[in-house]
Each structure stands twice: as C-alpha cells, then as structure tokens.
Write a new protein. Structure first.
Lengths: 632, 348
C-alpha cells in the first residue's frame, strides 16, 4: 500500500499529475493533522487529534473527528495492549501513522477508518465493556466543535531535558550517536561524528511527511545509524521533524520502558500529554544545574563581520568605519537559554556571521548582521531576547515596561556591547578564531571598567623649580619635601576614583518622600523611597543581564526618574508632568496620571498585588468627598 | 391612463431623483466633521476599573445618587448599561486569563453623523461644532425613535417621570467644554485612561501608542471608522468584540444608510403637483389630439367621399351627355337619312 516517496519526487515538475496523488497518499498515511498550537487551557487537551485527512478528497461531508488519543492508549494499556492495536510495525519499530495505510480513493479511505475504529468499538461493546460509538452513531464522532479543542505545546528538546537523556543513555549506549547522526554522502549512510553533533531540526525541517515504507531495513535495538537502507537514503530528503520525533523518541521510549532496570523505564513518557502539555519547566530541573555541553564551542567570541564579508574593510575600503566588534560571552549565554536553537535557529550550530552579512544576502535570509542582532521583534536577536527577558522577569519588568519598543536601549548603551577597546576589524581579520576568542575573553573581563592606571614613576624628594622672568631674571628654588608630604602626594596620585555603590546610594537617598502636590480629596502620600529602591536593588543584584547593562549605580534611579541622565539629584516628577492634555505636549501624562501610572504599572509588572490599584485609601488618606477641582 | 402606467411613471420619477442627485442626501464619502472638534480617547490598557469616572460624571452632572456607592467595585461583577440614572458605566470583562480583567467604559460615543439625530423628527439632537451630540428636552415629543436608532443603545428614558419624561444621555459635558474645562469623567480618571483633545490629534496619539507598543495594543482604533466615525475613540489590547463592543456595525453612518431613500421623500412631495399636473396635461392633450385626429379623419373621409361622388356624377353626366349626343347624332343621322330618302323619292 505504501508508495515510494522518491517515485513521486522524481516526477516533480515534469509530471505534476502524479505528484498530487502522491501528496494525498502521504497526507492520508500521516493520518492525523495536529490542530492549532496554543497554551493549555481548561477543557482543552493536547491529546486531541483532529482527523481531517479526508480533506484531501475535497470538502468534508461531516465535521472532522476529534480523536482523544490518550484515552484510547489508556484503555488499551488497561487490557495489556499497546501501540500495535492501531499502529503498524516495521522491523520492530512502530510507525506512528494510523494503521500506516493509505487509500487510493475517498470511499476506500472512509471504509478504512470506519472499519478499524468501529470494528474495535463493536468488539468492546459485545464483550460488555463501555466502548466508543458504533455504526449509525455518526455524530458521536463527527461533532462540529466551534472551538479548536486541540492545544499542544511543541515538545522540543532543551538543555535540561537533554541532560536527562544523556544521563539515561550514556550507560547503555555510551555515545552521542544514539540520537545524533548525519548523512554521509560518500558512504550513503547515517554516521555519527563526535563533536559535530547538530540538533534534529538542522536537517529535519520539512513540514510534509514522507512515506516510510523502506525506512527500516535491518532491525536493531537502537533506532539509528546502520538501520536505514543506503538505497533509500540516496537522494532522499530528511523526514519531517514531527515525523522523526515521534518515530525516534516514542520507539526508543517504548524500548526503554521494557529494558531499563529498577522500573526506571516508566519514566520514559509515551502519552501525548506527557510531552505536549505546556509546563514552565518540562524537564523538572533548572538550567543552572545542567552541566555544560562540550562540543568545541568557544567560551567567548568576537562578533564582527567575517573577512569573507564583501562589505568589510578588507574587501571594500568604503566601509572603513564599522561599529566595534562585540565580545560575546558564549559560556554565560549557554546558561541563560533553554537550548542551542534559542539563538542558533534551525539548530545550525555555526557562527551568526556565516550567513548574516553586513548587507542583507540571500544566504542570511535577507537579514543583515545588524538586523539579526538588533531586531526587537525577534527572540533570536540580542535585543529581542534581552527585551523578552527583562519583560518576563517581574523584578526587571517593573521598570522596563516603560521602555520604548522601537529602541528600548539608551543609545549610550551601544558601547556596552560594542567595546571601544575592540581592535580594528583589519587587525581582527588576521587573527585565528582561537586568538579572537582569547581576546574576547580579555575584553569581557575589563568591560565597562576604567582602564588600569600605569605604575607610578618614582618621585624625587628633592628637586629645583626654575623660573625665567624678564624682570627678575633667572631664579631657582630648591625644594625638599618632607617624608609626610611625600606620602600624602603618593596617596593622592594613586587614589582610585570613587565608585558609588548602589548600597551607599540607597543609604544616602531620602528615606521617605511626601507626595503632597495634588493633595485634595485624598491626603498626601508618604512614599517609601529608600525601601522601594532597596527592593529593586535586591531584585537585580543577582541578574547577569542587569550587571552587564546597568553601568552606573544611578541606573537604578532611572527606573522611575526616566528621561534624565543618571545623577544623584534626578528631577522630580512635576518638573515635566503638570497639567494634562496641553497643546504643546498632548501625549504627556499629567502629574496625577504620571504618579498613578508609574506606581500601578510597575506594581502590575512586578506582580505586587497589594495594595490593589483600586484601593485608594491604602496609599492616601481619604479626606473628603470629592468636588471636582478644575485644572483646566 | 392606466393605473399601472401611472405607478410606473411615479417610480421612475423617484428613482431618477435618487440616482442622479445624491448630493441632496447631505452626506459625503467620508464625513470629516468640524475641524478641531473634540473627542475622548479611552485606553483599555490603562483602565484599572476604579469607577472614578462614574463618580466624576455623577458629580458634575447632578445625577441621582446611585443605590450602591461608587467605591463598591462588586458592582462590576454584573454587566450594566448606561441608563436614566447614569450617563456612563464601566464594565469588567475577562477576555484572556481569569485573573486579568479588562475594563471598558461605556457612554454615548458622540457619532460624527449621529443616528439619534437623524431619526429625530423634531431635531432635538444637535451635533455641536465641539463634537458633542447634545439633546434638547424642550422640543422632544417623547417618541423614543432615537433609542431604537442608536446602534450603541445609549439614549435612556426617564419612564418614572410621568409629567416631564425625557431622554438621558452623556453630553460629553458640553457646557464644561464650552467653559474650557474637561469632561467630568476625564477629569476624575486617575490614570489618564481617558484622554481629552481634538479628535484628529487623538487619532494621531492612538496610532503613535500602537506604533510604540505593538504588543500592548491590537492595531485598531475603535470609533475611527465605526458607524462613520465617533468622537469617542477606544484602544485595547484585546479584540473589541471581547469587550462587548459591537464590531458588526460597518463603517457607514446611520444617516447615510437611510439618506438615499429618505431624501427621495421630500423630492417626491415637491414633485407631486408637477407630476400630477403633467399626468393630467398628458392625458388631456392626448384626448385632444385624439378628437382632433378623429375630426380630421372624418373630414378627410367626407371630402374623399364627396370627391368620389363628384367624380362619379361627372362620369355619369359625361356618360349621359355622350349618350345624349349619340342620341342626337343618331336622330340627326336618322333625320338626314330620312331627308335624303324623301329627296330621292321626290327626285324619282
């Protein structure tokens, strides 16, 4: 019944007529089409599969069937039956398409589904057990649902989950090749090259599924490498991600459940829900405890346009002045992302500048290096990811919610990444990647710090001051400094510039600020100024992003005292916010709204629920019934 | 004239008026309204549901004291509509997560081309140059057509006032605006969820907010085009239908929807005497022409008959003449022959 995918593929373009039936077959073989993605919501389930593959034959006569997969596996498992009840097995591996069958026509497909589903239901029913709908109960399965009930989260591998898999598989197989493989065109087979592993999606990108008839040539305990026939592989495109993920993961999990000792196997999930239900921490362990993956990646790298970039100074002197190279702490970023593909999209573990050039090119998806790093919308770009992190962390979001999306960073912040001490691109081009990495490491160590002072020259204790005056003639004064003076001089010259620490700043700032400018119906507010600053400071103390980008201790103050340069005496709110809706600044908030917006929006973002925004008397003393005071 | 023909003529006259002269409808493709007319921009992402706007409205408009105080926020748990006691109400919706309510303030939207005003046959409603749609109870006859016409279901009626019932509706605090003050609700809002200003500027401001925070807002300013545009504008982070706002209203103002047909009414009325006179004239003239034609036909037929008769007579006469002549000639011949024979006799 399977039709060879290659046969269909070869005829593409020349004989499109053959192609379409092939696609239809493949779609049908796929059997299920996962419905809409989304977060887990009550009443919705990630295991609902909308069986709508009949669409391949034209408009549906009846609504598609929402098939509750986990319910069926549970019932079957209760009777000691497994995947084989519905899924075909090829060389010891299950193929996760319904029955693996495909039909030539509409009627055949319909009969296939009905025969398999209803016959099983009937058997159940005849044995006195509760069963699914039987013949004639069409609408019990074909229900029209106004909402798409199937919601599932993508079940990708992240670093924490990866660490778990490494722990379980290394005893048994001892190699990354259990899962990681790459196609070797010479030997026409899948091989594993240690240290060059890529994520699955690097090759398995396609959406469409392919027929798997000849996929498994030799049965083997684990799923990969020598088991797929060379003949099949030659000229074949990698299967779709969702197809291989189910094929590889679930089959391996099933075997693991059978073979693992001490009941450990039961930890390997096989139900839809266990992988596709969205949870904050799928692997149940935090990123910090995950050991670093070693694949020859640098600890630090210098991000600068490569020497092969046609726009670099080497190729094009017109572009002599570029932004300085960015020393990038790769090791630090590994700890703060979920997976390599958080940045290395499509799991291609290569440098950004391999594809993203100074000018947009086809290779880089028409995204220039500048856009790749600064596009605020993209979660793969530096700015986009940093913005998301600040907005997702309540401790940061309180202040950062007020940022402008277009350019959320102060332009003064450019130099934080684009290190002014980075050597010129011409020099960089002559360095090897290892040398660049070492240089980046050095630059990162001194980033944002004052350059170290040179050693103090030995100071003479005795010297002569010589004066040449037209009136007085030549004069000379011999000077001899006391050892006390010498010590004082030495002390002053070697004194480190004073560094204000945020803690000291909080000590010196006003403890409370009484906000009484607008006191009328409500009384003045005793604003716990230092307490708020202190809690903000504590919230950001451990944050690496804050440490890197909050360059001055006064950055803390800028959270509320925005739009003004960092200083110990920032302007009060009323300096800019006065009457609302003025002709000069119609968009600028009036003072009352400025106070309330700053406090309430910050509280909302920081998930501070007390006092409630609507509880006026929690902050103000209510003095009298309001008579509207007219400000205009 | 037949009845069917008459009705056909009448229909043609009406259709002609509508088809050829749409300007009489009094609407433009896009009605901009008076320049610098005022409006209010409500930003649902700023509203905290404190009901201060309701209290502000109550205070400046001297409305009746509500049953439950304004700081009782449990009022928000049930859906409300502006009524005869309150020009404006705030409603609470949960369009997304259960713990993230979104509030929306409801009041008259002060349409650029108000349906209420177009439905009112005593012109109790006025769209002022400042943007407010105001109501004059002194001319109101209490037909309550405006309540049916309003797509936002805003005008309310004081049924409980037996003697002087009237419509109650937000006035955008038109008297306060005239004094250079802010509307009561805008004045009371602690977060500037309500922004007061010229409508065109508010639109710019709203677009700017969307541009600067595209993830905070949906890209739609409710009221910019709805029902031909309203002076009250809305911004939100969730689709407006989830906040109980109607999104099925289209962008055509209510007056424009009915103006075509309604504009024909006065035209037909004006044309009535001309039309009927014309019909009468045509009928009369036709009768006249017919009788004239008949007369002519009779006359010509008579003429023809007479001509024929004359010709016949002439023919007969000529024939008789000929016969007579022939008879004479014959007689003469006869006489001549007789004479000749007598002479021969005599001679012989």
């Amino acid at each position: 019944m399977f039709r060879n995918w290659r046969a269909g593929k070869k005829s593409r373009g020349r004989k499109a007529g053959i192609m379409y039936p092939a696609i239809i077959l493949v779609l049908l073989a796929a059997g299920f089409v996962w419905a809409n993605k989304g977060s887990t919501q009550p009443g919705k389930s990630p295991d609902l599969i909308s069986i709508n593959s009949m669409q391949a034959f034209g408009p549906l006569e009846l609504p598609p069937v929402d098939f509750a997969h986990d319910l069926h596996t549970q019932v079957l498992a209760g009777r000691g039956e497994g995947c084989a009840s519905c899924h075909p097995q090829v060389k010891d591996n299950f193929v996760f398409t319904f029955s693996g069958l495909s039909a030539e026509g509409k009627e055949e497909a319909k009969t296939m589904y009905h025969a398999q589903c209803v016959s099983c239901h009937r058997t159940e029913n005849s044995q006195g057990r509760s069963s699914g709908p039987l013949e004639g109960e069409c609408r019990s399965c074909h229900q029209k649902t106004s909402v798409d009930k199937s919601v599932y989260a993508g079940a990708g591998m992240d670093l924490a989950l990866h660490a778990k898999h490494v722990k379980y598989t290394e005893d048994k197989y001892g190699t990354c090749g259990t899962c990681h493989h790459v196609f070797d065109p010479k030997g026409q087979e899948l091989i594993h090259i240690q240290g060059q592993e890529l994520g699955c999606r690097a090759c398995h990108q396609k959406e469409e599924r392919i027929a798997l008839s000849s996929l498994f040539q030799s049965p083997d305990e684990s799923l990969f490498t020598p088991r797929i026939s060379a003949e099949y592989l030659a000229g074949m495109e990698p299967a779709s991600w969702s197809q291989v993920a189910h094929l590889a993961c679930v089959n391996c999990h099933l075997r693991f459940r059978e073979t693992a000792p001490n009941g450990q196997g039961q930890k390997a999930p096989v139900s839809c829900r266990s992988c596709h239900e969205r949870s904050e921490d799928p692997a149940g362990s935090s990123q910090a405890t995950v050991p670093r993956l070693k694949r020859g990646q640098p600890d630090a790298a210098l991000i600068s346009p490569g020497p092969d970039d046609p726009q670099t100074v080497l190729q094009d002197p017109e572009h002599a002045s570029l932004m300085q190279a960015v020393p990038f702490d790769h090791k630090l970023h590994e700890q703060s992302v979920d997976a390599c593909r958080s940045c290395h999209h499509q799991s291609r573990l290569e440098s950004c500048t391999t594809c993203h050039k100074l000018l947009a090119s086809e290779k880089g998806g028409m995204i220039s290096l500048d856009q790749a790093m600064h596009t605020v919308d993209s979660e793969k770009s530096c700015l986009g990811c940093h913005r998301e992190k600040t907005l997702n962390r309540p401790e940061c979001a309180g202040c950062h919610v007020f940022g402008n999306k277009e350019w959320p960073q102060d332009t003064d912040n450019c130099r934080i990444c684009h290190d002014p001490k980075s050597p010129h691109h011409k020099e960089l081009a002559s360095l090897s990647s290892k040398e660049q990495s070492a240089l980046a490491k050095d630059l990162l160590l001194t980033r944002g710090k004052e350059p170290t002072r040179p050693e103090l020259m030995p100071l003479p204790q005795e010297f002569t001051i010589q004066l040449d005056s037209e009136v007085l003639g030549s004069l000379s004064f011999p000077v001899r400094l006391s050892s006390q003076d010498m010590a004082e001089l030495r002390k002053r010259l070697t004194k480190e510039p004073e560094q204000t620490r945020p803690q000291d700043l909080i000590q010196e700032m006003p403890r409370t600020v009484t906000i009484e400018r607008l006191a009328d119906q409500y009384g003045a507010v005793d604003f716990p100024h230092a307490q708020i600053a202190d809690s903000l400071q504590k919230g950001m103390a451990e944050d690496t992003l804050a440490q890197a980008f909050h360059q001055s201790p006064f950055t803390l103050c800028q959270g509320c005292h925005h739009q003004s340069p960092p200083s110990a005496n920032p302007p009060a709110c009323a300096s800019c916010h006065g009457k609302p809706f003025t002709e000069q600044n119609p968009g600028r908030l009036g003072l009352k709204a400025a106070y309330h917006t700053m406090c309430m929006d910050c509280h909302d973002q920081m998930k501070i629920t007390e006092p409630a925004n609507t509880d006026c008397s929690a902050c103000h003393e209510q003095k009298k019934s309001r008579i509207i005071s007219d400000t205009k | 004239m037949h009845r069917r023909k008459f009705l056909g003529l009448l229909g043609a006259a009406g259709a002609g008026t509508v088809a050829h002269n749409p300007a009489v409808a009094g609407t433009h493709a896009v009605f901009p309204g008076p320049a610098r007319q005022k409006g209010v921009l409500f930003d649902a992402t700023r509203c905290i549901g404190c009901r201060q706007c309701e209290q502000g409205c109550f205070e400046v408009n001297g409305l009746p004291q509500p049953e439950r105080p304004f700081d009782d926020l449990s009022v928000l748990d049930s859906k409300r509509r502006p009524d005869a006691q309150a020009y404006t109400v705030v409603n609470k919706y949960f369009p997304g997560k259960k713990d993230q309510p979104v509030y929306i303030k409801t009041q008259c939207n002060h349409c650029l081309e108000p349906a209420c005003a177009s439905s009112c046959f005593v012109a109790a409603y006025t769209k002022t140059r400042q943007g407010a749609v105001v109501y004059d109870p002194s001319v109101c006859v209490g037909c309550r057509y405006c309540m049916i016409a309003c797509p936002f279901e805003i005008p309310a009626y004081t049924y409980e006032q037996a003697v002087t019932p009237r419509i109650m509706k937000c006035t955008m605090c038109a008297p306060r605006i005239a004094e250079g003050k802010l509307p009561g609700c805008v004045q009371a809002c602690p977060k500037e969820a309500l922004t007061f200003g010229p409508r065109d500027e508010l639109l710019h401001m709203a677009r700017e907010r969307i541009r600067q925070s595209p993830d905070r807002y949906i890209d739609h300013i409710y009221g910019e085009h709805e029902m031909g545009g309203t002076s009250w504008l809305y911004l939100s982070g969730v689709p407006f239908q989830k906040l109980g706002l109607r999104t099925d209203l289209g962008t055509t103002s209510a007056p424009k929807l009915t103006s075509g047909a309604l504009a024909a009414v006065p035209m037909v009325t004006a044309l009535w005497p001309i039309l009927l006179g014309g019909v009468y004239f045509i009928t009369k003239r036709k009768d006249l022409l017919a009788s004239r034609a008949k007369k002519e036909a009779v006359a010509s037929a008579l003429e023809k008959a007479q001509e024929e008769h004359r010709a016949e007579l002439k023919k007969v006469r000529e024939k008789a003449e000929k016969e007579k002549q022939a008879a004479i000639d014959k007689e003469i011949q006869k006489a001549r022959e007789q004479a000749a024979s007598e002479q021969n006799k005599e001679d012989s």
